[in-house]
Design a protein around this ligand. Structure first.
Ligand code: ATP
Ligand code: MG
Length: 393
C-alpha cells in the first residue's frame, strides 16, 4: 500500500489553551524542516485541529517516517489513506481494500471507530461502524471483531475528506523545539551527557554545547568524538554550536597549586563557571549536565553541592536519578552509545587523583581556590580563545 499522507498525533501541545496555536505552528515548521532532506515533496498543514503531512508525488516512505520520528512534539505518525467523499459504497470498498493490503495475513481482530466531523454526512458514526465492519467481515471471513481489545483499531474520519488509518508509528514525544528556550549542555565524550542533552531538548529546548579540551593531554580524536556526538544528537536537537574551550592551562594551574584529592571538584567548579559565562553570552537560560547521584566521586550529594555552589543559572541534571543501565538504554536508542564507548581519554580522568574526596567540605574547597591566583586570568584567556564548531542544520 502506498500512503500519500500522514496524520500527525501530538500529545501535550493539545492542552495548552491559547498557546496551542503557537505550539502547533512551531510543530508544523519543525516537521517541514525535518522533511527537507527527504526525497520527495511534501506539504505540511493544519486543518481542524490536526496536523497533516501530504506527499505531493512519489517519495521515500522509510526516509520520511525516519525524519518524522526525529521531530520532538510528535506522539504518533499515522500513515493515512485520504480520499474525497464519493458516497458510502466507495468508502466501504476503499476501506476493505485498505484492510486487505495493510494486513495481508488477515489473522487479526479489529474494531471500526468512525468519527463524523461533517454532520451532513448521511450516516452517523454507529451506522458507519457497523456497516463497514460487516463489509470487512464479508471480504475477509478470517478476521474477527473484538470491541474490547482489538488488534487493529480501524479509524474512519469523515471530514472535508475521508481519512482512514489504523497504524500508529511511535514518535519522539516531548515538545516542539523552540517552545521552551535555550540551554548550555556540558558535553563530554561519555555516555551520559549526550543523553542529558537529548532529554532536555525533548522538552522543546534549543541546545548549545561546551566541551573542555586539554591538549596535548586529550587528543584531537577525543575532540572529534565529541563533535560526532553533537552531530548525532543534532538530528533531534537541531543545530548545535559546540564551544570548544582550551582547558589545559587552567587545569595545570589547579594541578600544581591544590591538593590532588580536590582536583576533580575544583576542575568541575571552573568548568561550571566557564559554561555559565558562555551560556550568558549565548542567550541560554540554564546549564545541562549528565550527572547522576553517586555514579562517581564527583557526583556524590556533597560533590554536586560543591559544583552547584558556583552557579547562579539553574543546572538541569535530567539523569540525576537514573541507573546507568537506563542511561545506556536511551543512548542505544538515540544512536550515541557506540560513539560514546570509543576509548579516548577524557580531561576529567587525565589528572585524576587516586583517592578523590567524596564528601568535599565547601569551606575547604573555597579556601583552596584562594590559592589559585592565576585562575581568573586563565579563565578569561580560555573564554577568549573558544573555538566554535557548528554541527547539524
Ligand atoms: P559523561 O558520561 O557524560 O562523560 P561521566 O559519567 O564521565 O559523564 P563526569 O566525568 O563526572 O561523569 O562528568 C559529569 C558531567 O560533567 C558530564 O556528564 C558532563 O555534563 C560534564 N563534563 C565532564 N567532563 C566534561 C568535558 N570535558 N567537557 C564538557 N563537559 C564535561
Ligand atoms: Mg565523562
Amino acid at each position: 500500500m502506498t500512503y500519500q499522507a500522514f496524520l500527525i498525533k501530538y500529545a501535550e501541545i493539545g492542552i495548552k489553551g491559547k498557546n496551542r496555536y503557537m505550539f502547533e505552528d512551531t510543530l508544523v515548521s519543525r516537521i517541514a524542516h525535518a522533511l527537507r532532506p527527504v526525497e520527495g515533496q511534501f506539504e505540511v498543514y493544519k486543518s481542524q485541529g490536526r496536523i497533516y503531512v501530504k506527499a505531493l508525488g512519489p517519495y521515500d516512505f522509510d526516509e520520511a517516517v525516519d525524519a518524522l520520528q526525529h521531530v520532538f512534539g510528535i506522539a504518533g505518525i499515522c500513515p493515512l489513506l485520504q480520499f474525497p467523499d464519493q458516497g458510502f459504497e466507495d468508502l466501504c470498498q476503499r476501506t476493505v481494500a485498505y484492510m486487505g493490503e495493510t494486513y495481508p495475513d488477515r489473522r487479526r481482530t479489529f474494531k471500526v471507530m468512525a468519527r463524523r466531523a461533517n454532520k451532513r454526512y448521511p450516516l452517523d458514526s454507529n451506522e458507519i461502524n457497523s456497516r463497514v465492519g460487516e463489509a470487512v467481515l464479508e471480504a475477509f471471513p478470517e478476521m474477527r471483531v473484538d470491541v474490547h481489545h482489538p488488534d487493529v483499531l480501524l479509524n474512519i474520519e469523515v471530514r472535508e475528506q475521508i481519512n482512514v488509518y489504523s497504524q500508529v508509528i511511535p514518535g519522539a514525544g516531548g515538545m516542539p523545539l523552540g517552545t521552551n528556550g535555550r540551554g548550555m549542555l556540558l558535553l563530554s565524550g561519555g555516555i551520559d551527557s549526550p543523553v542529558a542533552g537529548y532529554m532536555v531538548s525533548r522538552r522543546g529546548v534549543w541546545i548549545d554545547a561546551v566541551y573542555f579540551h586539554a591538549p596535548p593531554y586529550t587528543s584531537e580524536r577525543a575532540k572529534q568524538k565529541v563533535v560526532d556526538l553533537a552531530r548525532i544528537i543534532s538530528r533531534y536537537t537541531g543545530p548545535i554550536r559546540l564551544h570548544v574551550v582550551n582547558f589545559t592551562d587552567l587545569q595545570l594551574h589547579i594541578y600544581e597549586t591544590c591538593p590532588h584529592e580536590e582536583l576533580t571538584i575544583l576542575m568541575r567548579r571552573y568548568m561550571m563557571r566557564i559554561a555559565q559565562r558562555l551560556a550568558e553570552q549565548n542567550g541560554c537560560q540554564a546549564l545541562i549536565t549528565g550527572e547522576s547521584i553517586g555514579q562517581v566521586a564527583s557526583q556524590t550529594m556533597q560533590s554536586l553541592a560543591a559544583t552547584n555552589d558556583v552557579c547562579t543559572l539553574p543546572v538541569f541534571r535530567p539523569l540525576i536519578a537514573f541507573d546507568k543501565q537506563e542511561i545506556v538504554d536511551v543512548a542505544k536508542r538515540i544512536g550515541t552509545f557506540e560513539t560514546s564507548i570509543q576509548p579516548f581519554e577524557d580531561c576529567c580522568t587525565i589528572f585524576v587523583a587516586k583517592h578523590p574526596v567524596t564528601k568535599p567540605n565547601l569551606n575547604v574547597i573555597r579556601r583552596s581556590e584562594t590559592h589559585l591566583t592565576q585562575a581568573d586570568p586563565l579563565m578569561e584567556k580560555a573564554l577568549e580563545t573558544v573555538e566554535v564548531i557548528s554541527v547539524g542544520e
